[in-house]
Structures are given as C-alpha cells and as structure tokens.
Design a protein around this ligand. Structure first.
Ligand code: HEC
Ligand code: HEC
Ligand code: HEC
Ligand code: HEC
Ligand code: HEC
Length: 309
C-alpha cells in the first residue's frame, strides 16, 4: 500500500513537471508510473486483448530488467502516446550476425507476457456483462485503457448510472466470486472486519452505488434485466435494425455515458463523488487518490491529437 502511495506521488510530480500546453518528453523511469497497473488493457482488432501492464518487480528480474524501457521502445517520446509498437533489440546489444539471425526467428509478440496480469473472466450476473466485455472501452484512444482498468475496481453503474433517476445514498463494496486472472490475482478484497487487503485467487471486491430499495440499502447493479438480455442476444440475428435499436435502448434506460474529458476529475479531485475514506482507504491513500492529477493528461490528449487524426 505504501508503494502505491509513493507511485501516486510519482505520477503527480511527473504530471506537474510537464507544462500542459506542450507535448511532454518522456523520461525512461516514468514509463511504469502508468504501465505498472494490472488491468491496463485495450482491445486489439487482431489479438483480442493488448495488455499494457508491466509488473515492475517482475520486469526487474528478467534478463532485460536492467535496461531502460526506451532502450527498446524507440518511438515512445511523448505523452500521451497511442499505437507505438516500434521496438528494437539492437540499441547497443545483439549486433553480431549470430544474434541477428537468432532474433529474426524469435517472435517479439508476448515479450512481456510473464510480467502482465489481467482479468480473463468475471461473472457478476449483470445485464451489462451479457452484452459487454469486462474491458469494454475502446473508443477514446488514451483514456480507454485507464477506463478498462477501473472495471476491476468498480461496477459499471458507478460511472454509467443515470443519477437523475436514482438517489445514491453511498458507495460501498460488493463481492464477485468466480473471477479468473491471467498472471497474478490483483485488486481489492474487502470485508468489514479486516478492511481492504490484497485478495484471494477468485474473489474480487468492487465499489458499487447503494440505493434504498424496498426499504433496504442495496447495491445497485443491474441483475434484473439479465435474463431478458440473454434472450435478446440469442435472438439478435433475427431482429432488424429498428428492433435492435429499441431493445438496446430498453437495456440502457438507466445508463448514461460519462464525458471522458471530465471523467477522471469526477473522482480524482477534491470534488470527488466518492468518499474514499468511508470506503476504508487510509487517509494517506484517500488524499493520494483525490490528488491524482492524471486527468490532465486525458484533457491534453484532446488538444494534442484531435486535429491531426
Ligand atoms: C501517463 C501514462 C503513461 C506513461 C507515463 C507511459 N505510457 Fe505507454 N501507454 C499509456 C497508455 C494509456 C497506453 C494505451 C494507449 C491506447 O489505448 O492505445 C500506452 C501505450 C503504450 C504502448 C503501445 C502498446 C500498444 O500496442 O498499444 C507502448 C509500447 C508503451 N505505451 C510504452 C511506454 C514506454 C516505453 C513509456 C516510457 C518511455 C511509456 N509507455 C510511458 C500510458 C502511459
Ligand atoms: C529488451 C527490449 C525491451 C525492453 C527493455 C522493454 N520492452 Fe516493452 N516490449 C518489447 C517488445 C519486443 C515488445 C513486443 C512488441 C511487439 O509485439 O511487436 C514490447 C511490448 C511492450 C508493450 C506493449 C504490450 C505488449 O505486451 O505487447 C508495452 C506497454 C511495453 N512493452 C512497455 C515497456 C515498459 C514500460 C518497459 C520498461 C519497464 C519496457 N517495455 C521495456 C521490448 C522491450
Ligand atoms: C442487450 C445488449 C446490451 C445490454 C444488456 C447492455 N448493453 Fe450497453 N450497448 C450495447 C450495444 C449493442 C451498444 C452499442 C455498441 C457499442 O458501443 O458497443 C452499447 C453501448 C453502450 C454504451 C455507449 C453508449 C453511447 O452513447 O455510446 C454504454 C455506456 C453502455 N452500453 C453501457 C451499458 C451498461 C452500463 C449496461 C448495463 C446496465 C449495458 N450497457 C447493457 C448492448 C447492450
Ligand atoms: C471509471 C468510470 C467507468 C467505469 C467503471 C465504466 N465506464 Fe464505460 N465509459 C466511461 C467513460 C468516461 C466513457 C466515455 C468514453 C468516450 O468518450 O468514448 C465510457 C464509455 C463506455 C462505452 C462506449 C465507448 C467505448 O469506449 O467503446 C461503453 C460500451 C461502456 N463505457 C461500457 C461500460 C461497461 C459495460 C462497464 C462495466 C463493465 C463500464 N463501461 C464501466 C467510464 C466508465
Ligand atoms: C467513479 C470514480 C472514478 C473515476 C471516474 C476514475 N477513477 Fe481512477 N480510481 C478510482 C478508485 C476508487 C481507485 C482506487 C481503486 C482501488 O485501489 O481499489 C482509482 C484508481 C486509479 C489509479 C490507480 C491509483 C493507484 O495507485 O492505485 C489511477 C492511475 C487512476 N485511477 C486513474 C484514473 C483516470 C486516468 C481516470 C479517467 C480516465 C479515472 N481514474 C477515473 C475511481 C475513479
């Protein structure tokens, strides 16, 4: 946990150091500030999931662990970056004919596979999961991987609930059993007795909005539409476009889309909609989560890429 706080501080220092109006120059040591997080992934048209997490301790124990990231990643020179896949094995290394021949036969894909962790399956019995993947965000290039990472921290409704229709009394934990991981298990495991701790191999605690329903405070995650959603899925090919639109609209009647340019500050700011302390985070962690200024990167992303792409 101490480590986490330290890393958050690093992010803050890192971001403050970069003026918002110019493109930031990336220092080698900064890469893991963002890439250290399990669940940082994007969808890839060819390979399904592209895992962007690199576990720093595991990385350090690999044969290449003494190298700066940029020794091989030549084209990552600004924040934010998207689609930087150029790697070299020859900046100062592997220059003999024998090495070059060997490298030609060695696939680069999966180079970091032993340093990466993601959720491969999560059965939370919600309607959302019938139609959407656990890592559903793919549109907004730089924000998507961070948004995907958060689906391991909280249920969809924390960000996607139409709050004009519900009075959220507070945010609290729900447990999902039947979670499967690739790499190491990660995330929070919360019980009221032992607070937040690191987790078991198949149970994950995530944050959910709680509302009063039938006089009882209950977690609001849509499980009442799940059967219907399964039926729509199995009959989807028989529906015409208009029917599909109507069905989808029905399942989204309580769903809103958060604006990605302001999403991060909804929680990571002094105005946070989530009271981190009441969820069991230590004061130190709560302060660090509020001060996490990474939202500025997402805003800057807009400025930098929108005109040219
Ligand atoms: C401020 C956070 C941040 C920092 C710092 C950062 N990255 Fe990234 N990086 C990301 C995010 C987010 C993506 C995913 C973008 C997307 O969804 O396409 C990414 C994507 C990548 C990719 C492309 C993977 C792919 O095929 O999609 C590589 C390679 C990469 N980063 C390497 C690095 C290296 C090397 C450094 C340090 C020099 C670094 N990153 C620093 C956040 C960061
Ligand atoms: C010895 C060379 C080397 C070093 C050092 C290295 N990488 Fe990589 N990295 C690669 C190769 C090779 C790939 C695979 C590229 C491909 O699929 O074509 C890769 C892929 C990635 C990806 C894309 C995800 C994936 O698994 O394909 C990210 C993100 C990334 N590296 C980040 C880092 C970070 C952060 C560091 C430093 C902590 C680092 N790399 C150090 C060689 C290296
Ligand atoms: C019957 C299938 C189905 C169910 C159930 C469903 N969705 Fe969707 N959803 C879709 C489809 C199809 C789209 C449009 C294509 C896309 O963006 O993936 C979509 C789009 C979205 C969007 C983007 C909307 C926009 O304006 O771009 C959000 C946000 C979303 N869904 C959230 C949810 C959440 C949260 C739940 C659970 C409460 C849910 N969905 C349940 C099928 C479904
Ligand atoms: C941390 C907040 C957060 C959580 C948790 C979250 N989302 Fe999102 N989601 C967003 C934001 C912000 C956007 C808008 C991104 C954009 O502008 O494209 C979005 C967009 C979407 C989209 C459409 C755009 C895209 O990226 O393809 C879908 C579909 C979606 N969310 C589904 C879900 C589902 C399903 C879950 C639960 C498994 C979920 N989201 C959990 C914040 C979140
Ligand atoms: C609905 C609230 C919410 C939104 C919106 C949100 N976050 Fe978070 N974020 C959290 C919570 C809660 C955690 C801590 C989860 C945990 O440790 O269990 C977290 C953790 C993080 C962490 C990891 C911090 C650490 O060291 O554990 C990063 C980085 C982060 N968020 C970045 C972002 C970015 C970037 C965005 C916008 C794209 C964003 N967040 C949007 C609630 C949110």
């Amino acid at each position: 946990m101490g480590n986490k706080v330290f890393n958050l501080l690093l992010i803050c220092i890192f971001i403050i150091t970069f003026p918002l109006h110019s493109t930031a120059k990336v220092e080698d040591s900064a890469c893991l500030t963002c890439h250290q997080y399990p669940g940082l992934v994007r969808q890839d048209d060819n390979t399904g999931l592209k895992i962007l997490h690199i576990d720093s301790e595991k990385y350090r124990t690999t044969p290449h662990g003494h190298l700066d990231c940029k020794a091989c990643h030549l084209d990552v020179d600004k924040i934010p970056h998207v689609g930087n896949n150029m790697t070299t094995c020859q900046s100062g290394c592997h220059q003999s004919d024998k090495d070059i021949a060997l490298l030609a036969k060695t696939p680069r894909k999966g180079f970091h596979r032993n340093e990466q962790s993601v959720i491969t399956n999560l059965e939370d019995k919600t309607s959302c999961k019938v139609c959407h993947k656990i890592y559903p965000h793919k549109k907004e290039p730089f924000a998507r991987a961070f948004l995907n990472m958060h689906t391991g921290y909280m249920v969809c409704e924390v960000c996607h609930l139409d709050r004009s229709k519900f009075t959220v009394s507070r945010y609290d934990w729900v447990q999902t059993r039947d979670v499967a991981f690739q790499g190491d298990a990660f995330g929070s495991f919360y019980t009221p007795d032992n607070n937040i701790s690191q987790k078991s191999d198949s149970i994950l605690s995530r944050i959910a909005p709680y509302v009063y329903k039938d006089g009882k405070l209950q977690a609001l995650m849509n499980t009442w539409d799940t059967d219907g959603a399964h039926k729509v899925c199995s009959s989807r090919s028989r529906l015409d476009e208009d029917e599909k639109t109507i069905e989808i609209r029905h399942y989204h009647r309580d769903v809103v889309k958060m604006e990605h340019t302001t999403a991060c500050v909804e929680c990571h700011s002094s105005m946070s909609m989530i009271d981190f302390s009441s969820l069991g985070f230590t004061t130190e962690q709560a302060v660090a989560l509020k001060n996490l200024n990474i939202g500025n990167i997402i805003k800057k992303y807009e400025v930098f890429y929108m005109p040219s792409m």
